[in-house]
Write a protein of this length. Sequence first.
Length: 388
Amino acid sequence: MMWASRRLPPWAVDALLGAGVTLVVSLVISANQGGRHGPDAVAYLWAVGLGALMFARRRYPVVVLAVTGLGLFAYYAAGYPAVGLGVPVAAALFSAAEFGRLVHAVVTGVVVVVVSVFFRLVEGQDFSFVVNYELAGHILLMAAAITLGDSVRSRRSVQEGARRIAELTAQRYRQEADARVHADRLAIARDLHDSIGHTTSVISLHADVAREALGRDEAQTRAALDLIKSTATRTMAELRRTVALLRSPDENSRSVLSLSNVGMLRETASAAGIDLELDLRIGVGLPATVDASAFRIVQEAVTNIVRHSRGGGARVTAYDDGTALHLRVADDGPGGAGDGRGEDGDIGRGHGITGMRERAEALGGTLTAGYEESGFVVRAVLPLEQPS
């Protein structure tokens, strides 16, 4: 039955089941056992009708069950040869149980048995034959039909549940993949923003220096242009690494960013007239992601100072306490409406502070930025152990 249902359309399965019901019942009728008169065309037409009901069993299982039971009573009332109880109603009981009408199937089976036994005993048939001999076989056949139908329903339900779970699992994997892609894009966008923002500031500052020194101080002009060229070269190299990462997302292809290289930011700050002090008290072996994110946060903070600070000095402090890396980047410039930074220190509508905060939160840390008495301060706490 299940073998056929996987390979045949439902109507074909119902047709085969109906043909089987008609054939079996017709064979039992043709045995011509008992009854007030022999089988005739009406008796065989009744067998065909039982089989035809199978075409409605999926849509109307309870109706098929009721018509089968009533038809059986009508058949015996007409005095046709005995066909038993279980054989004529087995297919209807199976169908009702298969499509979730288990209670209806059990009740119908009980009613058929009780009514049949009652009338046979009233007619004077032998009690031992009717109850002790035949009844057990009829009950077992009907119980088997109901059990088989319910097992088919249960198996179908399990398969449907498994299919649904597989669909939900696939959907979750797609969502996780999309989230990873989105996170990678955000990380690359932050890298580009930090790197290009920093180098653009350097190029802009030294372009101003070259323009001011043009025709007056050839050495200073040449030095500024050389610095612009070297900065642009470094920027192109980093862009190539980023494009390579997009083409082949291998963590090993990322550029090595570390707080140990934060000294290179002094040149940018110095060109803007800002004295940058470094106070780095960090142990060896910082996690690579923490080290790289810390460098980017410091780089962006220094870039903001170069662009917007009206002070003459800045200080970068970094230390780890064994559980987290603590960063502080502060300038000594006064704050105000002319500073160019918003309430949280972001630049106009830019994404500097937002990007730094995203980097910190991605590691399970925090970042704050705002004005204090000493100037504008960026503070970050980056846990050394990443959240699972």
